[in-house]
Design a protein around this ligand. Structure first.
Ligand code: SAM
Ligand code: SF4
Ligand code: SF4
Length: 315
């Protein structure tokens, strides 16, 4: 038996972590105490792609990269001090810093998710929780968004990973699809195409940084239809699609805030740092710098926060 990719033995071994998580949940429910449950770190300020929809390039500035020992300090002073349970490594393209990935996995065995475009060979890390591989449509649309041959390269790397690491290696591969106006008609293609090579899939919606962003799927009948289709697919593949119905229902309308101000969004739940280890505001797609572009909360489609709102956590 597995719960979100974690076996019973693993869950038992992690009981001290669950103690902290349960204490945090109880603290929130009973006293409104807000302590981060998860962590997210942009471990690199470089990316090998320039995807059409990407928020990361909007606020990127040229900077130094941190060393492994700098990251160790950030791990101790921020993530360990706050007893965060799961850490998501992002970027830029985090697979370009295997030294930092190794450090995080050593410090948080089975608790690190690595979000990647999958265009570089995927290393086998014994104690990784899983790879989140970003897939943004069928081959044609994915390449339109992510660049020439990106889909083929990522697919080859996943197949190579499974071939090199045995039949159970597909369990390390989770797909994340960010739905936008270019790719929404290819959701079923993505599901059918990737199900044989992956353990789970998660959907979220494009979050704009400017009003009138043509990639954003407006609230209304078309968006509702897409979400209802995902809910039906989930009934057919309950172990594959990870989005709970409560979250999917929320995504039909504005749930996070007003303008660029988060209101119901539980920004406190994910401690997010940028490539310099500075805390990002208001959330993991924001920035540590005041003069940065800001995400439009009232049009937000991010999965990692909306799932918490679906479970009753608020800002
Ligand atoms: C910024 S990327 C960094 C990790 C890696 N380079 C990748 O592409 O997976 C992290 C995730 O954010 C998603 N993303 C980028 N721009 C977005 C936006 N405006 N709204 C929602 N998700 C976005 C990407 O599709 C990807 O799944
Ligand atoms: S690969 Fe990831 S970080 Fe790089 S541009 Fe694409 S979405 Fe953004
Ligand atoms: S996740 Fe970020 S953009 Fe979305 S509502 Fe929360 S703070 Fe705003």
């Amino acid at each position: 038996m597995e719960i979100m990719g974690r076996g019973v033995r693993q869950i038992l071994a992690e009981s001290p972590c669950y103690f902290h998580i349960l204490t945090k949940f109880a603290g929130y429910r009973l006293f409104g105490k807000k302590s981060p449950l998860y962590g997210s770190a942009d471990i690199i300020n470089v990316c090998n792609l320039h995807c059409t929809h990407c928020y990361w390039w909007l606020n990127r500035k040229e900077n130094e990269e941190l060393s492994v020992s700098d990251w160790k300090k950030i791990i101790d002073e921020k993530f360990k001090k706050n007893h965060v349970f799961i850490i998501t490594l992002v970027g830029g393209e985090p697979t370009l810093r295997p030294d930092v990935v190794e450090l995080f996995i050593k410090e948080f065995p089975k608790r690190v998710c690595l979000v990647t475009n999958g265009t570089l060979p995927l290393k086998k890390y014994k104690d990784i929780y899983f790879y989140w591989i970003s897939i943004d449509g069928n081959q044609e649309i994915h390449n339109q968004i992510r660049g020439h041959n990106a889909h083929q390269t990522t697919k080859k790397n996943i197949l190579d990973y499974i071939q090199a690491n045995g039949p159970k290696a597909y369990k390390d591969i989770w797909i994340t699809m960010t739905i936008n106006s270019l790719n929404y008609t290819t959701i079923k293609d993505v599901m059918d195409g990737w199900r044989p090579y992956s353990n789970k899939i998660g959907f979220q919606f494009h979050t704009p940084f400017a009003k009138g962003d043509p990639l954003w799927m407006p609230f209304g009948p078309e968006r509702t239809k897409i979400i209802d289709e995902i809910i039906s697919l989930r009934e057919k593949y309950p172990d594959y699609i990870i989005n709970p119905p409560s979250q999917l229902e929320l995504m039909k309308k504005s749930w996070g805030g007003q303008g660029t101000t988060p209101i119901d969004c539980p920004t406190w739940a994910i401690l997010s740092v940028d490539h310099m280890g500075r805390e990002k505001r208001p959330c993991c797609i924001g920035s540590a710098e005041n003069d940065s572009m800001k995400p439009i909360c009232e049009e937000c489609g991010l999965g990692c926060y909306s799932v918490l709102v679906g479970f009753g956590m608020k800002g």
